[in-house]
Design a protein around this ligand. Structure first.
Ligand code: XIL
Length: 322
């Protein structure tokens, strides 16, 4: 059968997967990764809380494991993620600690850019848009509280300074469906991006995480999502599908039925996403159900390979969409 990256490559697209250093000890997983992907993303190893658990002491060994694997096998490496509200180290979360101290962020960004100079693209800001109604749509994070909305610009400028050749991305979730919440986040994101473009802030790319969800997928509206991608493309931004997987509603039904539903959601989503020329890559958040971050009672089946490392209908759905 065909491999995802080969088919993607023939369409000038890239197929990638998130991997974890621990999972790279699994030979069967590695074999599938080597065959199927062209790009890797560290699932946790490059996050601030992972790299700088103690202030000023960088621990790179896990991130190195992912980076070295990618390098050894000629896979591209996507850097994930410099600023994420859920990966701030405990010491930096202490009350008032980040206040007026951009230096600690600058030092982290500089350290990552320098050590992982082979990273082709960075998620500079992960999930900046708030889940609930905010005046400017921005998430009420420790970054926002310490630095105000300018933290986004400052981070992008820092990233460009330290990683001048890297593609700089803002990555966001909850923007795929035609619900009021997703629509509000789309509007918040588009407004943020428009302001950054207007002011000439360094930014090249938007990641659409695409954690699809079978309990919401009936809200997927091709026209609405296509229009959103058009808006991003019209701003001159690249678009990436950055964390694709499918959360099941429950684990009722036969395996065949479950896999069909997951594949169908993937197919309907990707057939719209890949029609847009701005969309250049698909990354799945994992490759096999053996290591999915998604949790449903009987194990989630939302990735292209099953726990026995066999291809599932979702694999074909991605191939067909390419
Ligand atoms: C998740 C990892 O998959 C988990 O293993 C970890 O415990 C928490 O982070 N959006 C993101 C990713 O941008 O960084 C998250 O990854 C999943 C949601």
């Amino acid at each position: 059968g065909s491999f995802l990256q080969d088919v993607a490559g023939s369409r000038r697209m890239l197929f990638g997967a998130a991997v974890s250093a621990a999972h790279l000890r699994d030979a069967a997983l590695c074999e599938a990764i080597l065959r199927e992907t062209g790009s890797l993303t560290a699932e946790l190893e490059m996050k601030w809380s992972h790299v700088e658990r103690h202030e000023g002491q960088f621990e790179f060994q896990d991130a190195d494991a992912v980076a070295n694997f990618a390098h050894a096998h000629q896979k591209r490496l996507h850097g994930h993620a410099l600023l994420w509200h859920r990966s701030i180290p405990d010491w930096a979360m202490k009350a008032g600690r980040l206040q007026d101290d951009w230096d600690s962020i600058e030092r982290f960004v500089a350290a990552m850019a320098r050590r992982y100079s082979g990273v082709e693209s960075w998620d500079v800001i992960n999930e900046p848009i708030g889940p609930a109604e905010q005046p400017d749509g921005l998430r009420q994070s420790a970054f926002l509280h310490a630095f105000g909305p300018d933290y986004i610009r400052r981070a992008l400028v820092s990233a460009r300074r330290h990683a001048p050749r890297a593609v700089l991305c803002i990555n966001e979730y909850g923007i795929e469906y035609n619900t009021p919440e997703h629509e509000r986040k789309r509007r918040g994101l588009v407004q943020l991006l428009a302001e950054l473009r207007r002011d000439g802030i360094p930014l090249d790319c938007v990641g659409v995480q695409a954690h699809l969800d079978l309990s919401q997928h009936h809200h997927f509206d091709p026209a609405v999502f296509a229009r959103f991608l058009d808006e991003l493309g019209a701003m001159g931004l690249q678009v990436r599908i950055s964390e694709l997987d499918v959360k099941e509603k429950d684990s009722d039904g036969s395996v065949a039925e479950r896999d069909r539903a997951v594949a169908e959601a993937t197919r309907s989503f990707l057939s719209v996403a890949l029609q847009n020329r701005a969309v250049g890559s698909i990354t799945c958040w994992g490759l096999s159900d053996r290591y999915s971050w998604l949790d449903v009672p009987a194990g989630n089946r939302g990735l292209p390979f099953d726990t026995d490392m066999r291809r599932k209908p979702m694999h074909s759905a991605i191939l067909d969409a390419l």
